[in-house]
Design a binder for this molecule. Sequence first.
Ligand code: TYC
Length: 108
Amino acid sequence: MSSHKESHERGNGVVLEPQKSRVKPPPLYKVLLLNDDYTPMDFVVKVLEQFFTMTREKASVIMLRVHREGKGLCGIYPRDVAATKVAQVVAFARQHQHPLACVMEENT
Ligand code: TYC
């Protein structure tokens, strides 16, 4: 099978060289948790375990980084996956009356 970047003879003696791709891959997005003064630490650990499939140990390290530094990276995903995670985390936090903030930003 003729594939990407192989010259292709069209049967009429004309050889088409492969074109340089002019599309750039879609950007990925960071999902970040932001600190606040009210959300309990154990709730944030639970969020990181449930929605970002972290171990208790890893989740505790990230939670404490957010607590001390104001924000922390949960993961890097395609746009639709990142948006779904943000929506799930915010909905879960609101269900429990916590003000926890979760945002996404383009990974440039
Ligand atoms: N600062 C919170 C507290 O002292 C804990 C916390 C950590 C809140 C991370 C939000 O994203 C957060 N209970």
